[in-house]
Write a protein that binds this ligand. Sequence first.
Ligand code: PMP
Length: 462
Amino acid sequence: MANGHPLTNVQQRDINAVLHPYTPLHKLAETGPLVMGHGKGVYLYDTQGKAYIEGMSGLWCAGLGFGDEEMIEAANEQMRTLPYYHLFGGKGMEPAIELAEKLKEIAPVPISKVFYTSSGSEANDTQVKLAWYYNNSLGRPEKKKIISRVKAYHGVTVMAASLTGLPGNHKGWDLPVDRVLHTDCPHHYRFSLEGESEAEFVARLAKSLKDMIEREGPETIAAFIAEPVMGAGGVIVPPSGYFAAIEPILREHDILIIADEVINGFGRTGNWWGSQSVGMTPTTISAAKQLTAAYAPLGAVLVPEDVYQAYVDHSAQLGSFGHGFTYGGHPVGCALGVKAIEIYQRRNIVEYVRGLTPTFEARLAKIKDHPLVGEVRSCGLVGAVEMVANKATKRSFDPAHGVGSNLAKFLEGHGAILRALGDTIAFCPPMIITEDELGELFNRFELALADTEAYVSKNGLR
Ligand code: PMP
C-alpha cells in the first residue's frame, strides 16, 4: 500500500529494484515512489497520466523544461556524427572546443581553459584536486585546506560531500575528511544576533573568517568555495556586501576563490552567473545543471590563465596532468551545452527571468503573511519559503514531524512539484515558465500551504 492505495505494478517494480538517492528508505514502501512517465514544457505526467507543474526544474537543472525540440535535434545530430570520444592524451572534438569557447565568452571573469566533468560533484572534487595541484606546482605543499560554509551544498563524492555543510551529508558517512573547514552561513534571518543589522552581521562573519584563517595559518589554506546564492541549504541569498567584505581577506592570503555556479549559472538569478547577482569575483568556477538544461549530464571547471600555467609547469615536472573522467567532455553533452547556451542567448533568457522576477517576488511576498511562514527569500527565479512553528520567535518545527515533506506531498496531490529542504520549500521553476504557469504554481502551493496549516493544527504540532 502507498498512502492508502495499492501499489501499481510500476511502483512495485521500482521498489523491488531501485535504490533511491536522498530518500527515507525505511518509508518508501509505505509512501510509494512517484514514477514519472513523460514531460512537456513545464509539465510532467506520471505513469497514471496525472499532470504536475514542475516547480523545481527537476533538481534545479531543467531550465528549458521538457521536450524542447531543438535540444532533441541537437542530441540526435551529435549522436549520428560522433556519439562518443574523449579528451585524454591530447585528443579533441568539435563540440568540446565550441562549448569551451562559448563558456570563455560568457564567463563573468577572464577564463583561459575549461575542464569537463560529468556532474557538479565531480566539478567540485576536481576544484579541490586542482587547488592542491596548483599549490604543489608553486612549491607550497602545506597550502591545502579548503574553507567551505555551514549549509553549503557542493555534492556527494567524498570530497564534495565533505565541502557540503549539511549534517545529513556527514552523519553516517564518516565525513567530512581532513583539510576541510566550514565557516559561517550568511543567513541573516537564522544566524544574526538579537538586533544585529545586516551590515553588522556581514562584518561579524568577515571577522570570523579572518580569525579562522589566522588560527589555522594562511599558509595552510588553499581555497574558499561558495555558491553565490546557496541552493540546497535553503536558498540563502547573502546580505549585500557579504562577498565584498570577505574577498579582500581571502586575496590577502592568496586563497583561491571558487564559485560553485552549479545551480546559479545560466540566467537563474537574473544574470548569466550568480556571482554577478551577489557581487562575487571568483578565481575559478564550477558549472553543471543548466549548462545543458539537463538534457545530458555535464559539468565544467573554468580556470584563469595564471592558474592554468601552474598546471602546465607541474605537468612538465611530473610528465603528465593525471586527472580526467571517461565522460568528461562527452560530445553529446557538449553539443547540448552549445545548443542550450545558444537558446538562452537567442531567447534572451536573462531578460526573460528578469521580467518574471517581479511576479515571483510578489507571490512570495503574499505568502509571507501566512501564519506558518517565517521568511520568504529569492534571487531571480530561485526562491524559498521557510515554515516555522512560531513566527515571532522563529522557532522551527520538530524535524521528526516532517512538516516540509508533508507540504510537498499535499502539493503533489494538487498537481505541482516543489522540493522540501527540511521545512523550507524551494522554488526553482524552468526559466521558460510563463506568467500564467507561474501563477498556477503559486495557486497550487497556496492550497498545499492551507492543507499543511490544517495538518499542523489537527496534530497540535506547534
Ligand atoms: N553544487 C551545487 C551548488 C549543487 O546544487 C549540486 C547539486 N544539487 C552539486 C554541486 C552537485 O551536483 P551533482 O548532483 O551533479 O553532482
